[in-house]
Design a protein around this ligand. Structure first.
Ligand SMILES: Nc1ncnc2c1ncn2[C@@H]1O[C@H](COP(=O)(O)OP(=O)(O)OP(=O)(O)O)[C@@H](O)[C@H]1O
Ligand SMILES: [Mg+2]
Length: 278
């Protein structure tokens, strides 16, 4: 049976002030003449945890890759701290404080955990020791296994190594592509809780997730992406209870939401049916 973990968070609307990361009307794609992103916009304010959900093929991973310089942006602009970063290379973005964890192939399997983490700071090797200590503090499970090959790890452990590696250069923005994919329900809970812990440690996060309800629960705000365009956006809990979003994107979970509302009435923090969708 799945454990019920309280994933509640105080939800905020978009705070005022300059966004840390801002995407305006991004148009991007892989093949000539085929645009996957057809005018996507997104803002991430300092300290925010922002979710991106949407159906398969909506362009969620493409958006993250465009934010990280891995897909050519054909039009639109991308700024970090007010400065234009459109189409800058990934290694330059890492130096500017952006980290990215792809969904798959996100560790070097023949290298040890420690060597994987070393790769995270290959541009600034002098900080390795100091950062290793900080990062292993966030992932104590990795400490005693640091000499093991990453290829020998479970999916959940690999995901941890990939996140830890991305955190090594001390990013201000972390882009996560489906950190809970392929994990058991308990490991999924851990991945969400870890994401929130990293966010609370001061890292602004954009998280793409298949597990839409869980994502909406932990994030401050979220965007629903459909066919390369923004469909809905707002505070996570608001979207989770929006009948249109439920009907179009959360599907059969509508009854769960109703049940959760009835049970959690007056409480707002506890969602006893959450374990069902794991
Ligand atoms: N490397 C690529 N070359 C060509 N087309 C691609 C490539 N990667 C993705 N696509 C296409 O781009 C579209 C959006 O894919 P993307 O992976 O961004 O969607 P997604 O929302 O992340 O989907 P999922 O929920 O399945 O991860 C799809 O039609 C996909 O086939
Ligand atoms: Mg994807």
């Amino acid at each position: 049976m799945s454990t019920v973990i309280d994933l509640s968070i105080v939800h905020r609307g978009a705070p005022g002030g300059e966004p840390l990361l801002r995407a305006d009307n991004l148009v991007a794609g892989y093949l000539p003449g085929v645009n996957i992103l057809q005018g996507c916009s997104l803002v991430l304010h300092p300290g925010e945890l922002v979710g991106i959900i949407g159906p398969n093929g909506a362009g969620k991973s493409t958006l993250l890759k465009a934010l990280f310089g891995l897909v050519n942006v054909r039009s639109g602009t991308l700024t970090l701290d007010g400065e234009d970063i459109t189409n800058l290379r990934a290694d330059v973005l890492v130096r500017r404080g952006v980290g990215f964890v792809p969904q798959t192939n996100n560790v070097f399997p023949t290298l040890t955990i420690e060597e994987n983490l070393q790769m995270g700071v290959y541009q600034t090797p002098a900080v390795f020791k100091e950062r290793l200590e900080v990062v292993l503090d966030l992932f104590p499970e990795l400490t005693k296994r640091r000499k093991q090959a990453a290829g020998a790890l479970s999916g959940g452990e690999r995901q941890m190594v990939a996140m830890a590696r991305a955190l090594m250069p001390e990013p201000s923005v972390l882009l996560l592509d489906e950190p809970s994919a392929g994990l058991s329900p308990v490991r999924q809970d851990e991945a969400f809780l870890r994401t929130r812990r990293i966010n609370r440690a001061g890292v602004s996060v954009v998280i793409v997730e298949q597990n839409a309800r869980r994502c909406l629960q932990i994030c401050d705000r979220a965007y629903v992406l459909d066919q390369g365009r923004n469909a809905y956006s707002g505070p996570g809990r608001e979207l989770m209870n929006d009948p249109k979003v439920i009907e179009l994107y959360l599907g059969t979970l509508a009854t769960d939401v109703d049940a959760a509302r009835a049970t959690a009435d007056g409480d707002g923090d506890s969602h006893p049916t959450d374990a069902k969708d794991a």
